[in-house]
Design a protein around this ligand. Structure first.
Ligand SMILES: [Zn+2]
Ligand SMILES: [Zn+2]
Length: 244
């Protein structure tokens, strides 16, 4: 499996990190997880392109995870790739319907399949997925792909999610802010490190990074390292990780 971080930023721009998007590729199958602002451009830069993404899996409906959905639809329509499946938590159907209601000229242009999923097991774009409800300000699902890859979506750090990710080769986890930012609905390095302590995870990539984290990477890694002695790195836009 190849995991490409298309966007490792958040709702406040850093100028370098676009909003959330993760591309999974395995044996000819392709899945885009989340589609925040900038992800359409990153898809093009990645060499995969919007023409080759016909399934989008959403973690939740915050703008920084869905802002490029309509632009993706329009680009695919213009390219003659009218089919698109959008899968996400409860409310995904009405979200897409209402987005299309705002831009009436987009209605009926695409062969859209909309599917709502719940915590538990399902399959999407040929990938077997487990979903787990996170702790966030909107209903949000974390997704796990066998023992290879787990994506936290947006979430506080908590034991249930750390259990869910245990024994993944790669975990990409929200680490929005450094420790001195008082935050709920997202982790800080200290809270993340405490929940990861003692877990068996191949490597952890930190993502969903707010501008507050710029220049603070070393201290953030030290803060996690005070509790968790595994391999932790910062994800970067357009970085690809191969997982065996
Ligand atoms: Zn969110
Ligand atoms: Zn977010």
């Amino acid at each position: 499996m190849r995991v490409t971080f298309l966007g490792t930023g958040s709702a406040m721009p850093t100028g370098e990190r676009f909003q959330t998007g993760v591309l999974l590729q395995e044996e000819g199958r392709t899945l885009l997880i989340d589609c925040g602002s900038g992800v359409l451009h990153r898809l093009q830069q990645s060499g995969v392109g919007y023409e080759n993404v016909s399934t989008v899996l959403l973690t939740h409906h915050h703008l920084d995870h869905v802002a490029d959905l309509l632009p993706l639809m329009k680009a695919r329509w213009l390219a003659g790739e009218g089919h698109l499946e959008i899968v996400g938590p409860q409310g995904t159907k009405s979200l897409v319907d209402e987005l299309l209601a705002v831009h009436e000229y987009m209605q009926g242009k695409l062969d859209l399949q909309l599917r709502e999923v719940h915590p538990g097991e399902f399959s999407v774009a040929g990938f077997d997925v487990s979903a787990y409800e996170t702790r966030h300000s909107l209903p949000c699902l974390a997704y796990r792909f066998g023992n290879l890859f787990t994506f936290s979506g947006d979430s506080e750090a908590f034991a249930g999610l750390a259990n869910f990710a245990e024994e993944s080769a790669i975990l990409a986890h929200d680490c929005s802010f450094p420790d001195d930012v008082d935050v709920s609905n997202h982790p800080t390095p200290d809270t993340l490190g405490r929940e990861l302590a003692g877990r068996e995870i191949g490597r952890v990539y930190l993502t969903h990074l707010y501008p507050h984290t710029d220049g603070r990477h070393e201290e953030m890694l030290e803060s996690i390292g005070a509790h968790y002695d595994g391999d932790v790195r910062f994800a970067e836009d357009l970085q690809t990780v191969s997982i065996e």
